[in-house]
Design a protein around this ligand. Structure first.
Ligand code: FES
Length: 125
């Protein structure tokens, strides 16, 4: 089953305005995550505008049908963060429930979890 990484491409870290950059931090992270996930089976990426966690950008969500969903934030747009996000998504894809054992978490995602959402019940339950 496919796990999706949704990357907020409008996130700006504190001080971004002063850098004069035209590319947002979210766009930079999205570019890096897309590259890191490109060859991973069962992982896909998409960009969205504002995940409503602006104070703790950069933000991403990790989702799959009928599995736990996670929001992670406060990432710098760096390759190490992108690799960690992509590799965590691959582990999420391999997990039946979306729960990934802590001992297997990539170091780069530790301390970045913001929320967890349980899958919705089936309509007929
Ligand atoms: S701009 Fe990224 S969460 Fe709002």
């Amino acid at each position: 089953m496919t796990t999706w990484i949704t990357i907020c491409d409008t996130c700006k870290r504190t001080g971004w305005e002063e850098t004069g950059a035209e590319t947002t931090d979210g766009e930079k992270l999205a570019n890096l995550v897309e590259a890191a996930a490109a060859d991973l089976p069962d992982v896909r990426t998409r960009r969205m505008t504002c995940l409503m966690g602006c104070k703790s950008g950069c933000n991403v969500t990790i989702q799959a049908q009928d599995k736990l969903t996670y929001t992670l934030g406060d990432f710098e747009p760096l390759e190490e963060a992108a690799e960690g996000i992509a590799n965590y998504a691959a582990l999420h894809a391999q997990s039946e429930t979306g729960q990934v054992p802590f001992r297997t978490w990539p170091v780069a995602i530790k301390g970045h979890f913001v929320t967890r959402h349980y899958p919705l019940p089936q309509d007929d339950t």
